[in-house]
Ligand binder design. Structure first.
Ligand code: SF4
Ligand SMILES: [Zn+2]
Length: 303
């Protein structure tokens, strides 16, 4: 199954990202700030069980995506016995075809992954790791606090344990023009592919409340990317790496805080990006056009 298949999303109310709690986090992210935080391990399991019992399930088989506003593999967020409990439940659930979760690379350790694979008993699992950009200087400006070596080691560990590695790549970090952002995102996706990721999530910047990016956006110093840029990235990456599963994120599409085109076409282009996810077929973009595409092209050539 590709990443665009049916899925059930579960958000666990953990204390949130350790990088945020200890060093203020990445300049664009408010997930950890929004984390409801502080529930005990037992309560986390109760939340998980309640969601699995009460939520409307997609038709099986489906993937389960676990989000934590941080790292599922961080024992401070999800105690090891709770992690094991959750994975064992998913392993036993015949409707669940794949388990997906996210983690910063420092927690993607061989011994933890071996245990994950063992508890899941052969069920496929995906580990999403935030790369944001392959450009070291830019990643530092984003205050990501992840080196390429750490990222590559984490990917290697996932693969050795039989998992699927996915990179999160940001489209249009601050400090870049539209053209530079497209190029950076394409190169970062291809880097992720080169070092062993089978999937990438292309994440166009959305302006989160309370972040430095929000201050720059309010001051008129930053604008989120065009949706045309998202399409451009997806097409270019699929040209270079047809087997890489590319998942364009459309969160916030068409809003002032998210990726957008003009009002006439934002919805249409976002729908095409969503149609692309399960099909991975770039022909869904062929008939798309709008007058605003000229303005986007002008933006691409200006600095
Ligand atoms: S982007 Fe990830 S690593 Fe950075 S602060 Fe947010 S949750 Fe933490
Ligand atoms: Zn338009």
């Amino acid at each position: 199954m590709t990443e665009g298949g049916k899925s059930l999303v579960i958000v666990l109310p953990t204390v949130g990202c350790r990088h945020y709690r200890e060093s203020g986090g990445c300049v664009f992210c408010s997930y950890a700030r929004e984390a409801r935080g502080g529930v005990t391990g037992r309560e986390l399991l109760e939340v998980f069980d309640r969601v699995m019992e009460t939520v409307k399930r997609p038709d099986p088989p489906f993937a389960v995506k676990i989000f934590t506003s941080g790292s599922f593999l961080d024992p401070e967020e999800v105690p090891p016995d709770v992690r094991r409990g959750i994975l064992a439940r998913l392993a036993d659930d015949p409707d669940v075809s794949e388990v997906c979760f996210e983690s910063r690379p420092e927690f993607v350790r061989p011994e933890i992954l071996e245990e994950v694979a063992e508890v899941l008993g052969g069920k496929p699992f995906e580990v999403g790791i935030g790369l944001e950009t392959a450009d070291d200087g830019l990643r530092e400006l984003l205050r990501k606090d992840v080196t390429r070596e750490e990222f590559e080691e984490a990917v290697e560990n996932v693969k050795e344990a039989g998992g699927i590695a996915k990179a999160y790549v940001l489209l249009k970090p601050p400090f870049l023009s539209e053209a530079e952002a497209v190029l950076d995102c394409v190169e970062s996706c291809l880097y992720a592919w080169d070092v062993g990721c089978e999937r990438v999530s292309v994440c166009p910047m959305t302006v989160h409340a309370g972040t430095p990016v929000e201050r720059w956006w309010r001051a008129g110093l930053y604008r989120p990317p065009w949706l045309w840029s998202v399409v451009e990235v997806v097409v270019r990456v699929k040209e270079e790496a047809p087997d890489l599963v590319v998942n364009p994120d459309t969160a916030g599409a068409g809003t002032p805080r998210g990726p957008s085109n003009c009002r006439r076409c934002s919805g249409r282009v976002a729908s095409a990006l969503e149609a692309f996810r399960p099909s991975q077929d770039v022909s869904v973009f062929e008939d798309l056009d709008c007058r605003c595409r000229g303005s986007w092209r002008e933006d691409l050539t200006s600095r």
